[in-house]
Design a binder for this molecule. Sequence first.
Ligand code: G3H
Ligand code: 13P
Ligand code: ZN
Length: 305
Amino acid sequence: PLQSPGLMFRKALNFRYAVGAFNVNNMEMLQGIVEAARALRSPVILQVSAGARKYAGHDYLVKMVEAAATTDVPIALHLDHGADFEICKAAIDGGFNSVMIDGSHHGFEENIRLTRRVVDYADERGVFVEAELGQLAGVEDDVSAEHSVFTDPDQAVEFVHRTGCHSLAVAIGTSHGAYKFKGAARLDFERLSRIHTLMPGYPLVLHGASSVPAALIEEANRYGAKIEDAQGIPEEMLREATTMGVAKINIDTDLRLAAVMALRRAMAGNPAEFDPRKFFGPVRDAIREIVQHKMKNVLGSAGRA
Ligand code: G3H
Ligand code: 13P
Ligand code: ZN
């Protein structure tokens, strides 16, 4: 059975670690994530974007997660960046135990109205709701923001109070994708700390939290990729965030990089091979490795299941 993120986050906040939320789009990557959680006794959130539902299909994803959730480590199934009430309702009705309503691109009042509507629907069904206030730079599914608008701490308190949302994604300088900073990496920890101080014990969420490991990029480029000037969130910054109320850390890009690196390496080394399992197997292994690294060295969630 699935476990509610609410329970996971309470423990995480008490012991100052974060639960990793990893995006899933196919079977091997999902299996790699769950194998890591199992091996390290870590809670984990499997999150599905609108794009993932379109790619793999809602039913396939839910059934695969159901198969994964027969294990004894806590697993949640979360909708990533739900754009409107309808997609959140579809996810809730279709077996997700957690949804994000992303009204961050709306004005404050409209974001509240939309979020409140999802919370009302979800609360009646025992489903967890994440909302977002503030905007990340870059591309956020269909939502794009030229410049990021950092979360205002006082507005965050009012937002949580008026919507009843169960966790809140905040904008403090992270962004989606592999190109997060032009110069030095910088997050607004003062702002994060202020939000946490105003709402101690309340779970905050960091989107756009991939670290874009240089070693992965180099390895991928060695096998034919052309990824340049990529930069992510330094791992020590993520560890610091886990001491300031951040209970959920979203990671998608790093898994994409690990998967494609592994695929390129396997293909380059076996030109005569045409059994796809010889290529997708190494992808699963690479995902397990990077997720284990995150759980142990970045999130601190290893051993907390
Ligand atoms: O926030 C975006 C996630 O990285 C999901 O990306 O919409 O391409 O599946 P996607
Ligand atoms: P990254 O692009 O940094 O992996 O962020 C993923 C994310 O926030 C998914 O919601
Ligand atoms: Zn996100």
